[in-house]
Write a protein that binds this ligand. Structure first.
Ligand code: TXA
Ligand code: MG
Length: 319
């Protein structure tokens, strides 16, 4: 039996399979099997009201999981699937409420990864999969990360190499005539606007409540401080003086050679490359002997929106 055959038989048995995608690894189960889906929540320690994304093999499968699909959804699906875009639509009655966290809406995406696309094609169903990390922690971008997060709690891990995008998909809410970005990702607001021929709204411009979008997320265990260069310099001077070890992720070359600077990762200036490596860097820095992680704040321009969103959620405030 090859690895896809094995993953397939576990899924059909209602078991959990970690699946590779181009964004991050997912913790997958048969989307239409409520008992299998319930195990995802247990293993992740995720609140049952926090809905899951259903991964489907192609655009045509959309109508098996959603109803009243608006024209905007077809346009975006045709433009970006397979790819890092999740659409929120009205739930088809065949999708268990356990999978949607009790919502009457459903999140759908066709992932762009050859291994998982082959698995989906042969499974002939949907795979519900949140990121394969414990609740609130950093999403995994390699199978080693999945092992670290979930170990033997997952029945099978399907190898697909390191994730090419490295941060989670862009989520767009398309219910009741809306087009609202609920989560930033590689696909930017401008790219969505071009395809839709209108301006999408950003969730932070509105005061809507979205299940499962709690602010503290994607977080290392030790404090992470997100700082512009002048504050970064100040804090480093202070930590050196107090003899407290720290790690740094910065665009600059090291400006200290102190014994308390545990490691200094020089970050890529390219937002796509930065995103690819972000979670691996945070995991590595979280494991060192230091007390905290200092991250230089990226620019606040559109190519950096998704990276800034993840860093802000991972960060502690200095106050
Ligand atoms: O790139 C990704 O999207 C990855 C890979 C594995 O596909 N998945 C992922 O899943 O990031 P997860 O569960 O970590 O994040 C999914 C988010 C939830 O936190 C929730 O906010 C949102 O999707 N979501 C899902 N269904 C929703 C719904 N019906 N209404 C509003 N938001 C929903
Ligand atoms: Mg997640």
């Amino acid at each position: 039996m090859n690895t896809i055959d094995r993953a397939l038989s576990f899924l059909k048995d209602g078991k959990l399979v970690a699946i590779p995608t181009e964004t991050v690894y997912g913790l997958g189960a048969d989307a239409k099997n409520p008992l299998a889906v319930q195990k995802i929540y247990e293993v992740k320690g995720r609140p049952p009201t926090n809905p899951l994304i259903i991964h489907i093999p192609n655009i045509d499968a959309m109508s098996h999981f959603a109803t009243d699909i608006p024209e905007d959804a077809w346009k975006l699906a045709k433009a970006f699937w397979p790819g890092p875009l999740t659409l929120i639509l009205n739930r088809h009655e065949s999708v268990p409420l356990a999978t949607t966290g009790g919502q009457d809406t459903v999140a759908l995406r066709v992932p762009n990864h050859p291994v998982t696309l082959e698995l989906l094609k042969r499974f002939k169903g949907g795979i519900a999969a949140p990121s394969a990390n414990r609740y609130g922690r950093i999403s995994p971008t390699t199978t080693e990360h999945v092992m670290e997060e979930l170990g033997s709690k997952v029945d099978y891990i399907l190898e697909g190499g390191p994730c090419q995008i490295g941060i989670e998909s862009t989520i767009v809410y398309l219910v009741a005539g809306n087009a609202i970005i609920l989560r930033q990702g590689r696909i930017s607001p401008s790219e969505l606007n071009i395809v839709l021929g209108k301006e999408v709204m950003l969730k932070n411009e509105l005061s809507i409540q979205v299940p499962g979008s709690s602010l503290a997320h994607y977080a290392p265990l030790k404090p992470l401080y997100l700082l512009a260069i002048p504050s970064l310099k100040d804090i480093i001077t202070q930590l050196d003086h107090q003899k407290r070890p720290y790690d740094v992720l910065s665009f600059s070359a090291p400006f200290t050679a102190s014994d308390y600077m545990n490691s200094w990762i020089r970050a890529s200036q390219d937002p796509i490359h930065y995103a690819q490596q972000l979670y691996s860097h945070l995991r590595a820095l979280d494991k060192t002997e230091s007390e905290c992680i200092l991250v230089e704040m990226p620019p606040l321009t559109e190519p950096w929106f998704a990276v800034n969103d993840r860093l802000q959620r991972a960060a502690h405030s200095l106050e």
